[in-house]
Ligand binder design. Structure first.
Ligand SMILES: Cc1ncc(COP(=O)(O)O)c(C=O)c1O
Length: 362
């Protein structure tokens, strides 16, 4: 019998069960080809349909029209840390970075290796436990772009409202909250996400880019790292990660079938509220890392009264089938990742476990 666990891993993470079942059902014979999707050409008709459908679905869910492209690249979100400045940070220009955690710092460091960078805001002084307020943000005079991380996977904070940037092209790493809520994607010139949290398996990086940006790419970019190469070739310039894109397409369909982003957000809010309630009503037994107005719906970070209890929490939760709750070493404590595919039942089970653990150990 299948082992019943709830997977709270931060990524790669839980995938929707109906998606995995469909993958399993058609693994040996994709779409009547008599071959697995793992075995067919990326230029075959059978695959082409999947590929184009995935781009169309992504744009539709983000409410974007013909002025945007959705690309399927490799190299992870970390690859985008380097590729963005490679394409846009021309000599003499400055790129602005909003620092809200380790991932945005990594993006900033990659850009700093390539050109002028400016820190438009940073909450490092508060151990990245919050998102900066609008009056803490100071853009440089004419930045080539501004970059932020919409959800800080390690810290457990999330932008609730995105900053007003005027004419500055806004770019965002949305690896850990893409398609978790409706938002004005049109505010962004570029959005990217490693797939392995909310979109599918590791191996594909989704990049949503405004067409007008494709005209502003530096001349000296290697062909393979040039966004235009991939846009002009529908992300088929070279062999794309076919299996990963196929699963992303199924996950996008699952989001549509679940009622779209508004329904997904409602469920995400309900799940997160159950866990934050346990923290807030624990009389200080559980201490959240994020300040309340910056709390993430995707990654919930919290400490226990001492390291021994934290160790015990990890051991007992794991023994109870609640997997992946140990926090990142830089924050310590626990982290519950509640991506789209985590069920309400999973969140309820974790909340009940937290309550029982507190009652037994306080
Ligand atoms: C917000 C964020 N950005 C970037 C990354 C790095 O992604 P990748 O491993 O795809 O390079 C992660 C991975 O956890 C992340 O959470």
């Amino acid at each position: 019998m299948e082992k019943k666990v709830y997977n709270f891993n931060p990524g790669p993470a839980v995938l929707p069960k109906p998606v995995l079942e469909q993958v399993q059902a058609e693994l040996l014979d994709f779409n009547g080809t008599g071959m697995s999707i793992l075995e067919i050409s990326h230029r075959s008709k059978a695959y082409e349909g999947v590929h184009m459908e995935a781009e169309a679905r992504m744009k539709k869910l983000l409410n974007l029209g013909d002025d945007y492209r959705c690309l399927f690249l490799q190299g992870g979100a970390s690859g985008q840390f380097a590729m963005i400045p490679m394409n846009f940070l021309a000599p003499g220009r400055t790129a602005d970075y909003l620092l809200t955690g380790s991932w945005s710092q990594k993006a900033y460091k990659e850009a700093a290796r390539q050109g002028n960078v400016h820190i438009a805001a940073s909450t490092e002084g508060d151990n990245f436990n919050r998102i900066p307020s609008p009056d803490e943000i100071t853009f440089s005079s004419n930045p080539v772009y501004a970059h932020l991380t919409s959800n800080n996977t390690i810290m457990g904070t999330q932008w609730q409202d995105f900053p007003e940037c005027g004419e500055i092209p806004l770019m965002a790493d949305m690896s850990s909250d893409i398609l978790s809520r409706p938002f004005a994607a049109k505010k962004f010139a570029l959005i990217y996400a490693g797939a392995q949290k909310n979109l599918g398996p590791a191996g594909v990086t989704v990049v949503v880019i405004k067409n007008s940006l494709l005209e502003q790419i530096r001349e000296d970019v290697p062909i393979i790292f040039n966004y235009k190469t991939h846009a002009d070739n529908n992300s088929l310039y070279n062999t794309p990660p076919v299996f990963a894109i196929y699963i992303v397409n199924l996950v996008l369909k699952w989001i549509e079938d679940s009622g779209g982003l508004a329904a997904i957000e409602a469920q995400n809010r309900e799940k997160a509220a159950l866990i934050y309630k346990e923290i807030d009503e624990s009389g200080g037994f559980y201490r959240g890392h994020a300040q309340k107005d910056s709390r993430s719906l995707m990654n919930i970070t919290f400490r226990l009264p001492n390291p021994d209890l934290e160790k015990k929490f990890v051991e007992e939760s794991t023994a109870n089938g609640l997997i992946g709750l140990k926090g990142h070493r830089s924050v310590g404590g626990m982290r519950a990742s509640l991506y789209n595919a985590m069920t309400l039942e999973g969140a309820k089970t974790l909340a009940a476990f937290m309550r029982e653990f507190r009652e037994k150990n306080s």
